[in-house]
Write a protein that binds this ligand. Sequence first.
Ligand SMILES: [Ca+2]
Ligand SMILES: [Ca+2]
Length: 347
Amino acid sequence: MIARAPIHRSKVKQSGAVLLMLTLILALSISSSLLSGFGHKAYVVKRDQVSTTALAQARQALISYAYLNEATLPCPDADGDGLSDSCGNDAQSVEGWLPWQTLGTKPLRDGDGVCLRYAVSGNYKESSSITLEADTGGGFPTEGHFIIHDENNNIRLGSSADQYAVATIFAPLKNISSQSRDLGSGAGTTCGSRDTTADKNNAKSYLDTLAGVNNALGTFSGVGVAGSGALPTEQLSVFIQADHQGDFNDVLAWLSPTDLTDAYNEVEPEDDDECAPGQSENNHSDNANEQACNKKDKKDKKDKKDKKDKKDKKDKKDKKDKKDKKNSGLGGWLWTVWNVLWGWFGF
Ligand SMILES: [Ca+2]
Ligand SMILES: [Ca+2]
């Protein structure tokens, strides 16, 4: 009997130790889980902040570029070196890397360190033969080609032609399960690969599909949209902006025609051959434009008259020179004959 007491106390001690251990493990597990959750949340916040900032910088760089380049936008970069490349057929919308070097910025990367992608409307790309028309108050400017959906496929931007986006910028973020970003046969560039056909440069390796909208192709499988064509295309394209979910993590920003208002104003009327796109002396949107147009019309007329006067004066001089030359030639010939006769007959 006396010997049983220590055995019982030992069992109690052991049970207590086990309980303590379990409590500690549970506490550590909960702490770890909480810390992991906080860590992930902090990562998401930071990632989204970086992406948003990069997209905003890209938007501003494109607007500035349009301001300096008659409201046009650069072709995308095909190999990720930051320099814009030639971009397909006239009037076709195209997609590629954002040409950060052409835009005069550093490489713009999203929150996962991936360079931004960029689609430009066929009407606005720099190589297009389309003449851009400004919003003159009653009409609308040359439309873009891009409609933006939300995750329920409601139209977020582009319910009418004057709202179609002229450019869309994408933060692709890290690759989802089906995406490979292999360099192919080319050396790596800052963002992509020298092999322009490599997965590393391919939109499908970066841009995702959700609710029937394929951001890599700009297509929508549903019914009721004004048209969507796989890029490159002259048709309308559809992109989707939604929260990160499943295999979708793209973040989008875009430019509408009205974002280029200052750029339009810069090219008209001073720099255009005509008073302004879509304007005439009888079709001015405001007094400032009317005055500017009249001033330019007056200058054009004066330039035209000066040019004509100059040409008339030159024509007159050329005619006189020609006559003088002819006379000079005849006189010279007669003088030569006279000298010969003088030598022969002693005139
Ligand atoms: Ca390039
Ligand atoms: Ca993506």
